[in-house]
Structure formats: C-alpha cells, structure tokens
Ligand binder design. Structure first.
Ligand code: 16G
Ligand code: MG
Length: 543
C-alpha cells in the first residue's frame, strides 16, 4: 500500500479544539456548532473511505434537525439511502476523537482493516440545512473530502430526505428517479396530481392546509413543491424562515408540548401541519372551536396509510404481506387498532430510524413510523413489479387495474429512501381526499390514550441503561422496580425512561387511560428517576 495519498491530511485549520469525546449517535454527530469543524473535516475524510469501500456515492448531510439554531450535526448516508452501518459508526466515533498527531495513522489503520482499494474513485454527495453555521462546516467537510482526492457533488441547501433521494438516484443510475432536485419534485408531485385528477375537493376534504415549516429548509422545499402542484393543493406556509429555527415551532415542539406553534394563525377545525428543521418529521394538528388542541402524530399517519394500502390491495385483488413497525413511543391505542381492527402485524423496535427501516424491509410492504412523525413505506422490488404487471394485465377488471395504477402512483409519491415530511404530507392529503375526510373524521379512527413526555437533566445520563427496546431500565439498580410499582396502579398505564441519544437529558414517557391520572403518574416516575439517577436542579413538581 502506498500512502502518498495521505500527505494532505494534516491541516492546521481543522485541529481538534476540544478534549471532550463526541459520539456518532442515532442522528450522527450532533452538538454545539462551534465544536464541530474538526468533526466535519474528519467526516469528509471518512466519507471518501466509505465511498471507496462501497464503490458507490455516499451522502454527507449537515443538519441538527429539530435542535436549537446554535447546534449543528453531520451524518453519513450509505449507498442505498440507509443510515451508516453500525460498525462504521464506531469507526467514525474513533476517528473523530483521536488526537491530531494520530489522525494519519488512524486513517491508515482504517484503510488496512477494511481492505480499502485506494485507487477506486470516491464520490461524496453533500447537502446542508439553513443554519448559519452550516456553510463553514460544509467547507470543512469539503476540505476533508478533497484531502483524500474525493469528488464532491454539492446540492447546497436541501432537506435531509432530499439528500437521501439524491444518493439513491445517483447510485441506481436513475432507476429510482432523476438525481436532481427537479427530479425529486417532479416524481412526487406528478404522482400526487395523477391520483388527485381533476376533482380537487371531495366530500369534507378541502385542498388547503396550513403548514408550520419550523423556520427551516422545509419552507424552501414546500414553496418549491407549491410551484409543481399548481392549484391541486394550497399550502399556506408559516414560520417560513423569518423567525428563529425550531424556536417554539416545528414538529418536535408541537408533538412534545402539544400546543400550536408560535406565529401561526390556526383556523378553527382546519387541517394544519408541522414539520421539523430538516423536514424529515411531520405531525398534523388542529384547534377546535373550544380552543382545544388536537394532535395527529406519526401513529395516526401510519394507521391511515396502512388502512388505505390495505383497501387498495383488496380492490386490486393483490395480496402482499403488510407490516407496521413502531417504537415504544407509539400510543397503545394505535397498536391495538393496528392489531385488532386492521389486523396487520405490528412490531416494536428500539428508537432510531435505522432500526425501524431495517425491520420494515422484512415485509413485502413495510410501513414504519415513529410517533414523533418520522416514517415512510418500503415496497419490495418484486411487489412493485407485480403491481406494474397488474396495471396492464388485460385479464384484470377495470376496477382492479385502476386500483393497481393508484398503488403505483402512491409508490412514486413516497420517498422510500427515508421518512420525508413533505412526501408524507402529500400522501396523507391523497388519502384524506380519496376518503372525503376532514381532519376530525380522520382523528376518529381511534382515540389516543392520554400521554405525556418530559425531559430531565441528570449528572450523567449514561448511568441509565435499558433493555427490551428501551422500555426497561437495567441500571441504576432498583429504578425499574420502582417504576413498575407506580405504573401498576394505573389502568392501561405504561411508562418508560431512557437516555436521549441526541441531547444530554433523559426522556420519560407515560400514558394511561384517564387524563386526570397522567400528571401524577409521570410526576411520581420522574421523582424516582431524579432520586435514583442523580437529577439536577429542582425536583420535578408540576408540569
Ligand atoms: C433522531 C432519530 C430519530 C429518533 C430520535 C430520538 C434518525 C434519523 N433520527 O432524531 O429516529 O426518534 O433521534 O432522539 O435516526 P432521542 O434519542 O433524543 O430520544
Ligand atoms: Mg429531522
């Protein structure tokens, strides 16, 4: 192995400034933006190595999603649009934390261990969100990529799901779609318009919605979509970039706080949508005539999609194995509905998209959604092929062919590469339109159990370790028994505690049958967590 290619790696500008270690977590590296320059430089280096190993284009996205503006982050996207392979998460963590003097030797070590052929060309597809810190971080990544002679294809400001789409299209040589932003918009919007046809409104469904874009990149993409959609759907955009990113707005805020975003003129009983800072999460909501707030989260979206797909499969007389993947944050009522009413298998996996995505791949048609609004649907290639054949099969009835053709367009409308807030929104709109439903009608599918989520600061979140898809604490000793004891006193009670993978906090989730019990349940659990796990600040009293 000749190492002349490594001579440009040492770079004074991107020396490691902080001694704290940082970890490649569920969402890549994410922390204060000013601590990230050397991380981006090294991730640029790593992206090149990854591209060479896979002999395919790799994505590098700069975003901290729903975090505050002063944070930022980076994640690598593998060739088929999936999250970086777990073994490479460990390589990434190690590479980012080594001393500067060991950087070149660590790169050499990776090359040897992974048997990387350095003569293979590397392509890294880059994108960033709207944060002020993102251009500087992009420069750092580009310097890293170039230091190892990688080719950079930069798409500028894009949503995270757009970057996933671009990576997949580049690697599949247009089989999935055109590897351009125009290709992305046209593929999704044409499918939407095809299914909607001329009748824009239907029954209770009105083709207009209010969108809270979290002051992020989703506002740009939504405006672009509006141009492609023309009059088929009116998207009234709020928090479109003039306010502070994710500040009291966006899908995460709306879901966790269960209130409408700021700077938002909620019309009574009107379909409203909130997406997050990088547009890969979506929740629906509305405020009723009594000023009561109603949320329709990832669970409600998943069940709506599952029911509709089941109907279309029935109409087209096609039979595939459908499955729905959730995490422990899914409302208990949604799981009951999926299992008992829809009679579709529901599987629970640990938090983090890679777990959901991988599980969903096991089904012919795998729907996955986190309650927080991140999700999509995956169709096996063989399924798509069968549906395509059904559309043109002369032996099939007109009804069957129409249903199959709708299915095919639904597939094109869905960004299968990752959860995509805007593509999901158009899918939900399509289903509500088909059913002639307003948002209240949709909400009636099932009643959510009252639920609440809180965050707690502790001295060291790593003292909480969990098992059973993050729902049972192994340590600290005694904590789980204490939680079980409290939860057993509540009808349909469920509560779990886990350390966040994206923030320096622990999360506590609770649900139970009666709303009036909920605060006491979560407060009592929070109190034992505080005592057992070393809570910081005043003990939680009321919420
Ligand atoms: C990241 C994950 C999301 C998960 C969330 C949990 C991806 C792309 N995103 O946003 O799936 O729900 O982290 O955050 O994997 P937490 O560990 O702080 O609860
Ligand atoms: Mg996000």
């Amino acid at each position: 192995m000749e190492y002349f290619q490594l001579k440009n790696i040492p770079n004074m500008k991107y020396m490691r400034k902080y001694s704290d270690n940082i970890q490649y977590g569920t969402a890549g590296f994410r922390t204060k933006a000013n601590a990230l320059e050397h991380v981006l430089y090294r991730m640029g280096l790593l992206a090149v190595l990854r591209s060479k190993v896979k002999n395919a284009a790799i994505g590098l996205m700069i975003t901290a999603s729903h975090n505050i503006e002063s944070d930022n982050g980076v994640k690598l996207i593998d060739p088929a649009g999936e999250m970086l392979e777990a073994a490479w998460e460990r390589i990434a963590t190690n590479l980012v934390n080594v001393e500067d003097r060991n950087l070149v030797s660590t790169i050499k070590h990776i090359i040897e261990e992974e048997n990387i052929n350095m003569s293979v060309d590397a392509i890294v597809i880059t994108g960033r969100d709207t944060r002020e810190s993102s251009p500087t971080l992009l420069n750092a990544a580009v310097m890293g990529i170039k230091a190892l002679y990688g080719i950079v294809q930069d798409f500028g400001i894009v949503t995270t799901p757009q970057l996933h789409y671009l990576v997949v299209c580049t690697n599949t040589k247009s089989n999935y779609g055109d590897p351009t932003l125009h290709g992305y918009y046209i593929k999704i919007s044409e499918a939407f318009k095809y299914v909607r046809q001329k009748q824009i409104n239907n029954g209770q469904y009105v083709a207009e919605l209010l969108l809270d874009a979290a002051n992020g990149v989703g506002a740009i993409a939504a405006k672009e979509f509006q141009k492609y959609l023309g009059t088929t759907l009116a998207i009234n955009i709020y928090n479109d970039g003039y306010g502070k990113l994710n500040f009291m707005c966006g899908a995460d805020f709306v879901k966790v706080e269960q209130v409408p975003p700021v700077n938002f003129h909620a019309k009574r009983n009107f379909r409203s949508v909130s997406i997050d800072g990088d547009a890969d999460r979506i929740v629906y909501f509305y405020v009723d005539e009594y000023e009561k707030f109603h949320i329709l989260d990832g669970d409600k979206i998943a069940t709506l999609i599952a029911e509709y797909l089941k109907e279309l499969l029935k109409e087209s007389h096609l039979s595939f194995q459908l499955g729905l993947v959730q995490t422990a944050y899914a409302n208990g009522s949604s799981t009951d509905y999926i299992l008992n009413v829809l009679q579709i298998p529901a599987v629970c996996v640990p938090t983090g998209i890679k777990h959901l995505h991988n599980k969903a791949l096991e089904f012919d048609i795998g729907i996955y959604f986190e309650a927080n609004g991140h999700g999509t649907v995956l169709f096996k290639e063989t399924v798509i092929k069968t549906i395509k054949e059904a559309v043109t099969n002369p032996e099939r009835s007109t009804n069957e062919k129409e249903a199959a053709s709708k299915l095919l367009n639904i597939i094109n409308m869905i960004n299968q590469t990752v959860g995509d807030a805007l593509s999901d929104m158009l899918l939900v709109e399509t289903i509500l339109h088909a059913k002639g439903w307003d948002i209240m009608e949709w909400e009636k599918m099932y009643d959510d159990l009252p639920n609440k989520q809180i965050k707690m600061k502790v001295y060291d979140k790593s003292i909480i370790t969990t098992t059973n898809v993050g729902t049972q604490c192994i340590t600290p000793e005694g904590l789980q028994d204490a939680i079980d004891e409290i939860v057993s006193q509540y009808k349909r009670g469920r509560c779990f505690v886990r350390p966040s993978g994206t923030e320096d906090i622990v999360r506590i989730y609770a649900e139970c049958e009666n709303l009036c019990d909920l605060d006491k349940l979560i407060k009592d659990v929070a109190s034992v967590v505080y005592d057992c796990a070393g809570g910081i600040g005043p003990k939680p009293q009321v919420f």
